[in-house]
Design a protein around this ligand. Sequence first.
Ligand code: ADP
Ligand code: ADP
Length: 225
Amino acid sequence: DPVLALDGVQKTYNQGRENEVAVLKGVDLSLAPGEVVALVAPSGAGKSTLLHIAGLLDTADAGSVRIGGQEMTRLSDRKRTAARRRDVGFVYQFHHLLPEFTALENVVLPQLANGVARGAAEARAETLLATVGLQGRAGHRPGALSGGEQQRVAFCRALANAPRLLLADEPTGNLDPATSDTVFEALMHLVRETGLSALIATHNLELAARMDRQLRMTDGHLDPA
Ligand code: ADP
Ligand code: ADP
């Protein structure tokens, strides 16, 4: 089974009103296990809408969303939320780390919330942080870390509960070009090490070219770049 499969996904905001806007007009996408795909789209094209529907934060008007072979389209809100927490990790341009907790604790807390024992949660957090080169920074609070380091902690937090799918919206968009490059490499290393599939939205064509495949969003559809 593909990790993520979208078939004919449609989304229109303000349906039937004068400010109606059809954002997704039939989006098809299949993400194989371990595949890392770039989503390239101009601002306003609907990439956040697409990521939110793929990540079960929002629902489509029509079409099908499957994660790991499971049809998510007609789930109750409660079951969709449970599926999202189990299957999907999110990364954004801004990391939203908890400032009063250390890097390690930021990666531990989502696991405790998920019922993992503290010892196991800390061991996994240490492994993840080491994978992105932050083994010496686990005890630092976000304010004592550079922007690039904070973003690498956010990647670890997104993977804390071992989702099968990572969705990232401009994960290096807030960083200067040189930092963006190392942080992107850390993300790719983490994704490859954990074997997960990722859909990564970016404006950076150079980073997009380093992924397995590129998709471009035009007029409500996804096409190979
Ligand atoms: P992107 O992430 O590519 O910039 P978005 O998915 O955020 O694009 O938005 C796509 C279009 O849908 C834009 O024209 C935006 O104004 C509109 N839009 C997004 N969210 C809403 C909403 N909740 N209500 C109405 N229009 C929206
Ligand atoms: P990065 O590897 O994320 O690009 P930088 O080159 O920005 O990191 O920073 C180099 C080092 O300086 C980092 O290891 C970090 O610990 C330290 N550092 C950067 N910014 C800050 C800050 N605002 N407060 C404390 N230490 C910082």
